[in-house]
Design a protein around this ligand. Structure first.
Ligand code: ARG
Length: 350
């Protein structure tokens, strides 16, 4: 039988096929001011305005890092897909470097995010349609495109009504239409855990539940992150039965409410990651907790940013993992690390 082109339901089984993003012509995303304030580091807020390109030197280096990372994966026998080169600046878009935000594999189904941000609405269509086309040629895969928004987007109207988080702060979006970024979710087999955030609302979670194949369940993990946007700097499953988490964003008790994690070993990351200093490029969009944004190659090997040596030693000494160090700081500047910059399409033990 032909081997499937889309088939993965966790974050740690051996990686066989993956999308790796591209950095060229990325621009600072620009959304309503309160959205940017809610999700972005304060000192960089001024950058998030229309038609503001990310510095050319950062983009060139980020592209080289992505290409190097892609070759490294290929050398491990992993099939790598790359999106089209595209000028995001010209269409008021953001980037092709963060595909995890917009696509998620659940079993044989690849799901496109109904993005909250207007500047990302056409990201998958413009950058990834060739890949989706190729994947859909295999009879076993199902591609779920996001609904189109026609006319006025109501998502920001009267925000604050019915949108308070568990811990009482207000989300930047309302619940008037389904919205989520796929990176607010992680797969743990038949259970998918995700968070509500400034880009993911309840209707988004319901919509995702309706899209996943039969037998999969989406559950909400209550995080305590006031700036919540993307769960992959908050929890990091290292292998089946073992997860690291950010203790500032997840309580010790919360994961235990989820049957799938009941018997897992859960470890708070014991250090406070520190901001990198110049000459490292600025992290315009992320906190130093991006250190948890690692990518598992399998249950032992994990991709870690070259300078994150404290994290690498921790996973190595405490859990016997084998970190593979790879330069990625300029990609980090664009808004994410190895997990964000990829979409795993096939993970399987065979
Ligand atoms: N909001 C997270 C933080 O600053 C970063 C998440 C990055 N993830 C992504 N998919 N772009 O800690």
């Amino acid at each position: 039988m032909e081997s499937p082109l889309v088939s993965a339901d966790d974050e740690w089984s051996p990686l066989k096929a993956v999308i790796v993003g591209r950095a060229e012509h990325s621009a600072f995303p620009s959304e309503s001011h309160h959205m940017m304030e809610a999700t972005m580091p304060e000192e960089h807020i001024g950058n998030f305005k229309p038609s503001n390109p990310l510095p050319a030197e950062i983009l060139a280096k980020a592209q080289a890092e992505l290409d190097n990372f892609a070759s490294l994966l290929q050398e491990q026998g992993i099939r790598v897909y790359r999106p089209k080169k595209f000028d995001w600046l010209k269409v008021g878009g953001y980037t092709g470097a963060m595909p995890r935000d917009g696509l998620m594999t659940v079993g044989n189904t690849l799901i496109e995010a109904p993005f909250a941000w207007r500047c990302r609405r056409h990201e998958i269509q413009l950058g990834y349609s060739d890949i989706l086309e190729e994947l859909s040629r295999s009879g076993s895969s199902r591609i779920c495109r996001a609904p189109l928004i026609i006319g006025h987007d109501t998502l920001y109207d009267g925000v604050g009504e019915n949108t308070a988080s568990q811990s009482g702060h207000k989300w930047a979006i309302n619940n008037s239409r389904p919205a989520f970024d796929t990176d607010d979710f992680m797969r743990f087999g038949k259970t998918i855990l995700g968070q509500l955030s400034h880009v993911t609302n309840r209707r988004g979670v319901e919509y995702l539940q309706a899209m996943v194949p039969e037998g999969y369940t989406v559950e909400i993990l209550n995080t305590t992150d006031e700036h919540a946007m993307h769960i992959d700097a908050t929890i990091l499953p290292l292998r089946n039965g073992l997860m690291a988490y950010n203790p500032g964003r997840v309580t010790e008790e919360e994961p235990r409410w989820h049957a799938v994690l009941r018997d897992w070993e859960l470890h708070a990351y014991p250090f406070v990651p520190q901001p990198r200093e110049s000459p490292s490029p600025p992290m315009y969009m992320c906190s130093p907790w991006l250190v948890l944004n690692a990518l598992s190659i399998d249950e032992r090997r994990i991709m870690v940013e070259e300078s994150d040596t404290q994290f690498a030693s921790w996973v190595k000494e405490k859990f016997g993992m084998e970190p593979i160090m790879c330069p990625f700081q300029h990609v980090n500047s664009i808004g994410g690390s190895f997990h964000c910059a990829t979409v795993d399409l096939v993970r399987s033990a065979k």
